[in-house]
Design a protein around this ligand. Structure first.
Ligand code: NAP
Length: 258
C-alpha cells in the first residue's frame, strides 16, 4: 500500500537510536524526507547518512536537546530554511529516570521533576515550536509515542504513566485545535517492545523479561518494526480521519474491551 507521504517532510525527535531512529527509517522508506533530532551528534549523523543511502531521501541531522529552548528554536529555524515547513511530527522522547521503582519508593522530587521534563515538557516544547511550521500547509500528521501504561498502569512505571497520560491529554487537546488546518494528532502506546538494542542499559532482568512475555496472549515481546508500521500508518494519507486516538501496540496486554 502506498501511504501517500512521498516527499512529505517528517521530524522524528529522540531519533539517534532505538525506536526513534527506526521510525525515521520507516517514514523514509515511504519516501518522506526526514529530520532527526537528539543530543548525540555522531550517532545522529550516522543514522541520517544510513537513511539517506538506504531510501534515497533527504535525511538531515540536527543535534540538540528537546529540553533546551535554544536547541528547539534552532531546530525549527533549520527545518523552515531547509524544507520550508513541516508535514509530519513524531514526538518520541527519552525514557523515564532509571532505575525503575515501585510507586511507594518514588519519593524524590528530583526524579519527578526529571520525569515531567523528559516525558511531558519536552513534547510540549517541541510541539510549540513546530506547529507554526505545520498549520499553514493545510495537511499534517502528529504522532506522539506514549505507553500502554496510560490504559493499564504497569508495575514500576509511575514516573512514566503519570506524564505520558499528560501527553495523551495534550495530544487530544491538540487534535481539537489543529483539525481545522487538516492536521491529525494521535498517540501510539507501546508496551513489551524488545529493547535489546539498549546494550548494557536493559530496564529488565532476564527473569523479568520472561515474566513480561507471559503478559500478552502472543507470548512474546513486540518488535520495533511493529511499532514503526503503526506510526507510519497514522502518518499516512489513508489515516486522515483518525484523530484524537491512541493506538495500542502491546500484543493484547491490556485486557479491556476498548
Ligand atoms: N520498549 C517499550 O516497550 C516501550 C513502551 C512504552 C514506551 N516506550 C518509550 O519509547 C521511547 C523510545 O524507546 P527506546 O527504547 O527507543 O529508547 P532509547 O533507546 O533509550 O532511545 C531514546 C532516544 O531518546 C533520545 N533522547 C533522550 N533524551 C533526549 C533529549 N532530552 N533530547 C533529545 N533526544 C533525547 C536519545 O538520544 P540522545 O541520547 O542522543 O539524546 C535516544 O535517541 C522511550 O520514551 C520509551 O520509554 C517504550
Amino acid at each position: 500500500m502506498d501511504l501517500g507521504i512521498k516527499d512529505k517532510v517528517a521530524l522524528v525527535t529522540a531519533s539517534s537510536g532505538g525506536m526513534g531512529r527506526n521510525i525515521a527509517h520507516a517514514l523514509a522508506a515511504e519516501g518522506a524526507h526526514v529530520v532527526l533530532f537528539a543530543r548525540s551528534a555522531d550517532k545522529l549523523e550516522a543514522a541520517a547518512a544510513e537513511i539517506a543511502a538506504t531510501h534515497g531521501v533527504r535525511a538531515l541531522a540536527v543535534a540538540g536537546d528537546m529540553l533546551v529552548p535554544a536547541d528547539v528554536l534552532r531546530l525549527a529555524q533549520t527545518i523552515q530554511s531547509e524544507f520550508g515547513g513541516l508535514d509530519i511530527l513524531v514526538l518520541n522522547t527519552g525514557r523515564a529516570p532509571n532505575p525503575l521503582r515501585a510507586t511507594l519508593q518514588e519519593t524524590e522530587e528530583a526524579r519527578w521533576q526529571e520525569a515531567y521534563r523528559n516525558q511531558l515538557w519536552s513534547v510540549i516544547q517541541v510541539a510549540n515550536q513546530m506547529l507554526p511550521l505545520m498549520t499553514e500547509r493545510g495537511w499534517g500528521r502528529i504522532v506522539a509515542i506514549t505507553s500502554a501504561s496510560v490504559k493499564q498502569p504497569m508495575p514500576h512505571h509511575s514516573l512514566s504513566t503519570v506524564f505520558r497520560s499528560g501527553v495523551t491529554a495534550y495530544v487530544r487537546h491538540l487534535a481539537n485545535e489543529v483539525g481545522a488546518h487538516g492536521i491529525t494528532a494521535n498517540c501510539v502506546a507501546p508496551a513489551l517492545i524488545d529493547t535489546s538494542h539498549r546494550v548494557g542499559a536493559a530496564a529488565y532482568t532476564p527473569e523479568q523479561m520472561q515474566a513480561r512475555k507471559k503478559m500478552t496472549p502472543l507470548g512474546r515481546m513486540g518488535q520495533q518494526a511493529e511499532v514503526c508500521g503503526v506510526v507510519a500508518f497514522l502518518a499516512s494519507s489513508q489515516a486522515g480521519f483518525v484523530t484524537g486516538s491512541t493506538v495500542a501496540v502491546e500484543g493484547g496486554m491490556v485486557g479491556s474491551l476498548f
